[in-house]
Write a protein that binds this ligand. Structure first.
Ligand code: SF4
Ligand code: SF4
Length: 348
């Protein structure tokens, strides 16, 4: 079927349905391409927990700041973590107050820095889903080989599947899922088969162009309307059914699963990855943050945003008390956080 026909059908009459795009990059593309305006009002697109920055708990930021304030320690982080609020302050505010925080462009930089400055300990802030976890595993391998003892890893690594399972188990209203494209390259399209079967929800793995997303929405609408719940891989040039075996082996060589706290959601069993026994000597206290309950109570409604229960503009602070320049919650901070994307595209 050609795109014109798909567009015509999607704009026509449908039963009410809610489709969750799990990944922030899909949300961004949906806005960039004006996809919502092309759909019948009955087809509602909602965003999911697809940004690891957004779900990183405040206690993780607090711990990172603690390391950055420890004498002879340097915290290395990607720039997108700098403005995420901790329980008192962000890394950026802590740095302004004298904490030793450096922005990295690749975690590999730690190896050079640690070799050049043996008197300092470098703590790498490792935040991410399956897409980025293998790159941290590689640095652990290189650290072990190099014999350096002044590198540590503070991990907030999250697995997407347990979060999707949690959403399926707690929300009956979601009709279908656009599966995250990047994560699917690692996990493989077949990873969604059990969830599709158990909860009777269709999944479509989609690329990131507007056309890719429209085709995925069309596929899911048709599946729902025909009472199907299959997994369709609509991005086969990049995503294989079995995923990336090398990356998966890397992950399981270095990490083991455990409970993890998702900001705004709570603890999800088995959704975190922690350095396993063999490599735990490099850990910077990550497992202690698994049951974080000490979240500051704020009016931020990120939890509802990342579970697709409300749109960002339904949060009373959106665009007022909360903007990218003065974010009140992590969803407004990250370039792929849902509130940040909505702000960029609707508040110009
Ligand atoms: S911004 Fe980075 S962290 Fe957030 S969804 Fe995208 S890839 Fe993930
Ligand atoms: S607009 Fe700001 S305060 Fe409201 S949910 Fe989003 S990040 Fe949280």
């Amino acid at each position: 079927m050609n795109l014109d026909k798909i567009l015509k059908e999607l704009a026509g009459d449908h039963q009410e349905l809610k489709i969750m795009e799990v990944c922030g990059t899909h949300t961004s593309s949906i806005f960039k391409n004006g996809i919502r305006s092309l759909l019948s009002p009955e087809i509602r697109l909602i965003s999911g927990p697809g940004c690891p920055v957004c779900v990183t708990p405040a206690s993780y930021i607090d711990k990172a700041i603690e390391w950055a304030l420890t004498p002879n320690c340097v915290l290395l982080t990607f720039g997108d973590m700098m403005k995420v609020p901790g329980s008192e302050k962000s890394l950026s505010e802590a740095k302004a107050d004298g904490a030793r925080v450096e922005i990295m462009y690749s975690p590999q930089e730690a190896l050079k820095k640690a070799a050049a400055n043996p008197e300092l300990t470098y703590v790498i802030a490792c935040v991410g889903f399956e897409t980025t976890i293998p790159s941290y595993a590689l640095v652990i391998e290189q650290t072990e080989r190099s014999g350096l003892t002044n590198i540590k890893f503070l991990t907030a690594l999250r697995k997407v599947m347990p979060a999707l399972d949690f959403i399926c188990a707690t929300d009956n209203e979601i009709s279908a899922f656009i599966a995250p494209g990047h994560v699917s390259t690692i996990l493989g399209s077949q990873a969604y088969a059990d969830l599709a079967e158990q909860y009777m929800k269709p999944f479509a793995v989609a690329g990131f162009e507007g056309e890719h997303i429209l085709i995925a929405i069309y596929d899911l609408v048709k599946q729902v309307e025909n009472h199907k719940h299959e997994v369709h891989n609509l991005y086969p040039s990049v995503v294989k059914p079995e995923g990336n075996a090398v990356a998966l082996a890397y992950i399981s060589n270095y990490f083991e699963s455990g409970p993890a706290f998702w900001r705004g959601i709570g603890v999800i069993e088995d959704s975190g990855l922690y350095l396993n026994q063999k490599y735990r000597k490099y850990d910077a206290g990550s497992a202690d943050l698994a049951g974080d309950a000490a979240q500051k109570t704020t009016n931020c409604r990120c939890g509802e945003v990342i579970l697709g229960k409300i749109n960002p503009d339904e949060c009373p602070m959106f665009g007022k008390a909360c903007t990218p320049a003065k974010a009140q919650g992590p969803c407004m901070v990250s370039s792929e956080g849902t509130c940040g994307i909505w702000f960029r595209f609707t508040k110009k």
